[in-house]
Structure formats: structure tokens, C-alpha cells
Design a protein around this ligand. Structure first.
Ligand code: SF4
Length: 352
């Protein structure tokens, strides 16, 4: 990613910072009378922090919830270290596990390699098997798949489905108008990412094989509901990131834009999470359509698309007030889903 701040971060959070993070989360839950808080442990690779530290942090957070708020903890891992010790701990603490997995062996091993160049597919598949089969299945949060349009979409989808995941997230690769995503040409009207996703939507729609977050959110938005994801829709940004040194940052997907893009001046030792809501960069993520470019505001699918993921709108010269670099793909995908959904509604009405 463009941001290299991770090089200056401690490899693991200290227990003193973990205690303060827990206190800040508890304080936030109490101030806003929250019934639930979602805590996501991610990295890098969060399992590198070790089982003792993960247990320490999660217990510290739950201890601060004397208001009775429920703490839903999940971990997003590459699966390489997901052994029995971790699984037993996650079962004990009720931590749900999401695994990054890009599909069949050739697809997954294009990008996810060991240092010696060997692919990690077989080991990750074993980890998913350990999680998805038998007693740990209830901990299985889902699979996160980054799209590479060179891979066969239906083969990828079927490779994910083989593990019976409760949910699947397809991620568009990081990119923006200054650093274009792979196979996306700034001038071209081609839609390689929509062309990749549409066959999966057509295969998925109407069957209850798994939840595909991107499609479910588009269907929710088409039905007039708000979005629950920052990838699509106009809902305000809902998460804050705490780095290992205790700095409070914005969503780290922003780190793909430029060095320091996610940084704020806030720190858990000094500031409550509410202080983030007064930062102009955060306000821009809370005001919906007002923050969008004129092109997006005039777009007929803006209520669904919302300009796509904030980081994908970035341009070195004009900042974030642009359509998504995936504009053509998002438009084609949303129009397709809208067409299928509308035809379905008309058919259902005819059967009444
Ligand atoms: S489809 Fe393009 S123009 Fe329309 S809202 Fe999305 S990014 Fe903006």
C-alpha cells in the first residue's frame, strides 16, 4: 500500500495500550448507550500476536462493558497459524473467524505465496477445513476473496462454496485514479470487474448457498434500506482503527491512497473515540451525498452506489471528490442487479 507507517509501529500492542483501548471502547459504549460493539482483530496477520495477548485484549474489553453492551469479536486471518490452540481459545471466548482465501489453487497462489515462492493454497484450505468441519463450525465467520479478473469467476465461487461459508466477501483490488487497479484503464469504458462478478450474481441469486455481502448490500439498497458496508451506499463510516501504538486512525483501506491517508492526530491515551467525529476527514465520511463529486450526484444509481469505496475515489491532484475508479464496473453491476431484481418482482406479482 502507499502508506508505510506500519514500519514505525510496534509489531504487537503492549498490555498497557490494550487496557487503554478497552477503556476507550467501554467509555464509548457507555456514552452512546450501545447495546452492541463489534471488535475486529486484524493486521498484518493478527494471529502473530499470540493466543495469550488475544485472550488478554478480549477479556480487557469485555471487563469494561459494565453497561451490559455485547461485544462481538472477530478475527480476520490468512489462516496459516490457525491451529487447535487458537481454535480452542476462540471457542472459549466466542471469537468468530474470517479467512482470506482466493479460490482454487491456481487462483489463490497467484498472490498468496510463502517467502520461498511456494503457494499457500493447500495450507489455507486445510485451515478452513479445520474451522468449517465439526465442532468449530459455529466460529466460521466467512471467506474474504480478493478479485483477480484472470481467474475463472464461477470456479472461484465454487471453490469457496466447497467450505460451506456462512458469508463471502468479494473485494475489489486496491487502486485509485493515480494508481490504477490491475486491468482497469482510466479512459476505457470496459467493465472487467462487473463482467467477473455478474456470472457469480446470476448463479447466486435466488439460491441460499451463502451470503455474498456485496450483492446482499446492493439488494438492500435497491429495496430502500441503508448500507451496512463501507464499499457501497451512502451510510456514514462506522469504524475507527487503533494501531498497535495506540494511535486512532480511519479505516485502513485508505492507506492505499497515499502515505498518511488514514492517520489522525488522536491517540487512545489522550482522546475518546468521539474526538474523531470532529475531524474534517471523518466528517467527509459522515455527510453522505454532500461529499460526492458532481458526476456522482447526477448519477442515476447514486443512492445505491454512493460513489463506491472512499479510497477508490482518490486522485493525487483532486483528492477524494471523484467517482470511484471502478465507476463503470459499479454502474454495470448495479444496473444488472436492478434489472434481475425488478424482473423477479414483476414475476412474483404476476403469480399473486
Ligand atoms: S456509478 Fe460512478 S458516477 Fe454513479 S455513483 Fe457510482 S461512482 Fe459515482
Amino acid at each position: 500500500m502507499a502508506d508505510q507507517n506500519w514500519r514505525n509501529q510496534p509489531r504487537r500492542m503492549s498490555e498497557a495500550i490494550a487496557d487503554k483501548v478497552a477503556l476507550r471502547i467501554g467509555e464509548h459504549a457507555m456514552t452512546h448507550d450501545l447495546t452492541e460493539v463489534d471488535v475486529i482483530l486484524h493486521g498484518g496477520e493478527p494471529l502473530l500476536a499470540g493466543p495469550e495477548f488475544i485472550a488478554y485484549l478480549v477479556r480487557a474489553i469485555r471487563r469494561q462493558m459494565d453497561t451490559g453492551s455485547r461485544v462481538n469479536v472477530s478475527v480476520q486471518t490468512n489462516g496459516m497459524r490457525l491451529d487447535d490452540e487458537f481454535l480452542k481459545l476462540f471457542e472459549k471466548l466466542g471469537i468468530r473467524v474470517g479467512i482470506s482465501f482466493d479460490g482454487y489453487a491456481e487462483a489463490h497462489d497467484r498472490h498468496r505465496l510463502f517467502r520461498d515462492g511456494r503457494g499457500s493454497h493447500d495450507q489455507v484450505a486445510e485451515a478452513i477445513q479445520r474451522l468449517s468441519a465439526g465442532r468449530y463450525h459455529s466460529l466460521f465467520g466467512g471467506l474474504l476473496c480478493t478479485i483477480d479478473v484472470r481467474n475463472d469467476p464461477l470456479r472461484v465461487y465454487e471453490a469457496l462454496l466447497a467450505f460451506d461459508p456462512p458469508s463471502v466477501d468479494f473485494l475489489l483490488p486496491h487502486g485509485n485514479w493515480s494508481t490504477l487497479p490491475p486491468f482497469r484503464d482510466a479512459e476505457s469504458t470496459t467493465t472487467p470487474y462487473a463482467d467477473w462478478l455478474i456470472p457469480i450474481f446470476d448463479r447466486w441469486y435466488g439460491r441460499a448457498e451463502t451470503e455474498i455481502r456485496l450483492f446482499t448490500e446492493i439488494l438492500r439498497l435497491l429495496s430502500g434500506h441503508g448500507s451496512r458496508s463501507e464499499s457501497i451506499g451512502l451510510s456514514p463510516a462506522l469504524l475507527a482503527v487503533v494501531e498497535t501504538d495506540g494511535s486512532i486512525e480511519q479505516s485502513d483501506i485508505l492507506k492505499s491512497a497515499y502515505h498518511g491517508a488514514a492517520a489522525t492526530s488522536l491517540h487512545v491515551l489522550r482522546d475518546p473515540f468521539d474526538a474523531a467525529l470532529r475531524l474534517p476527514s471523518l466528517v467527509a465520511r459522515q455527510i453522505g451525498v454532500e461529499a460526492l463529486s458532481p458526476t456522482c450526484r447526477a448519477c442515476d444509481v447514486v443512492a445505491v452506489c454512493g460513489g463506491g469505496l472512499y479510497a477508490h475515489r482518490y486522485d493525487d491532484e483532486s483528492g477524494f471528490r471523484n467517482p470511484s475508479v471502478y465507476c463503470a464496473d459499479l454502474y454495470a453491476l448495479i444496473r444488472h442487479i436492478h434489472r434481475v431484481f425488478a424482473e423477479d418482482l414483476i414475476r412474483m406479482r404476476g403469480h399473486r
